[in-house]
Design a protein around this ligand. Structure first.
Ligand SMILES: [Zn+2]
Length: 338
């Protein structure tokens, strides 16, 4: 695969010599009113787990086969995936072949969810999708999320294919993040109903679950991360169910929908823009998946710096319309030509 020549790149960050002499900075994007169509599921039956790891339900088929792991609640306020896994468990699904683990990674964070202030409850102490580097997991430091990650590690280290279920705060097209391994991308192609896959290297701030070395090209397993739609919407739950069934349906004897929709387009992230100031502002409220036609277009200001698209037809992946200093504000991606 190729992502095209790189010789037409323009700088992504331009420091202004006379900041804001000629105009005022744009105001921050207004926070939308979040629609809350779903409620956190009652996970009481699964919290103890059935395999010695709290929050993990594990089943083995009669015939050999791969270990498939579906992970929900890495972020406590993203409970569409937990609703789906809870439904499947209540329907008593079982693998005919191979092993299946359904994981509720951080139910304690979900219990903090408050519909009056829904963007809290992402975690208890720290972002659980930044703690998966082996060095950090081996470190002596303790936090609620690190300790949970250490408890879950035996499941992760035996996974052959893993789907990490997330949703998005800001509006955008659903997508699958694959990491940069070819295996991750092949796994993404099996996910039904999601028409965009994005290969990326993760975040400066820490290692995601799908970036654990087990899922790298040098490892032996595949993982990808589903961003199924906006948090708290029924469509996101249905899309997550379709994605999970496309992965576990064959081993569990469950029907999978064959209406794939549009063929999956592949993109590769070329730049991760991290906010360097507490005043990162987009020029307009871009939605994830938006393609900016012309290279050099200013899409945001970070303090006094201009953030520009580095090439024509640049896709904006999951713009964070209110990033804090040090957080990923947006990723730029190019379409991959086969
Ligand atoms: Zn998430």
């Amino acid at each position: 695969m190729t992502c095209g020549p790189d010789d037409t790149r323009l700088p992504v960050r331009v420091e202004r010599s006379h900041p804001f002499m000629d105009r005022l900075p744009p105001p921050p994007s207004p926070l939308p009113r979040w629609k809350i169509e779903i409620a956190p599921p009652d996970l009481t039956p699964w919290l103890e787990g059935n395999c010695g790891v709290p929050g993990v339900m594990h089943y083995e088929g009669r015939r050999p086969g791969p270990h498939t792991v579906c992970v929900s609640l890495i972020h406590g306020n993203e409970f569409a995936g937990a609703i789906v896994l809870d439904r499947l468990l209540r329907e008593r699904i079982r693998p005919r072949a191979g092993r299946l683990s359904l994981v509720f990674a951080n139910p304690e964070a979900m219990t903090l969810f408050n519909p009056a202030d829904p963007i809290r409850s992402r975690f208890v102490d720290e972002d659980m999708n930044r703690v998966w580097s082996p060095a950090l997991l081996d470190d002596a430091r303790s936090s609620h999320e690190l300790d949970r990650a250490r408890l879950l590690l035996p499941v992760i280290l035996t996974a052959d294919r893993l789907l990490d279920l997330h949703s998005m705060l800001w509006p955008g097209d659903p997508l699958v993040l694959t990491g940069i391994s070819a295996r991750g991308r092949r796994l993404a192609e099996r996910i039904r109903g999601i028409s965009l896959s994005v290969a990326d290297r993760g975040h400066l701030a820490g290692c995601r679950l799908i970036d654990h070395p087990r899922f790298a090209d040098t490892g032996s397993a595949a993982a990808c991360l589903l961003e199924a739609g906006q948090h708290w919407q029924t469509d996101t739950v249905e899309r997550t169910m379709q994605a999970v069934l496309s992965l576990i349906g064959p081993c569990c004897g469950l029907p999978i929908r064959t209406d794939q929709g549009a063929p999956q387009r592949h993109s590769i992230v070329t730049d991760v823009i991290t906010a360097r100031s507490g005043a990162f502002r987009f020029t307009r409220p871009f939605r994830s998946g938006a393609v900016v036609p012309t290279g050099g277009t200013i899409i945001a200001f970070d303090g006094d710096d201009e953030i520009r698209t580095p090439y024509d037809r640049c896709m904006l992946v999951m713009p964070n319309l209110r990033p804090a200093c040090g957080q990923t504000a947006v990723r730029f991606a190019r379409a991959v030509r086969e």
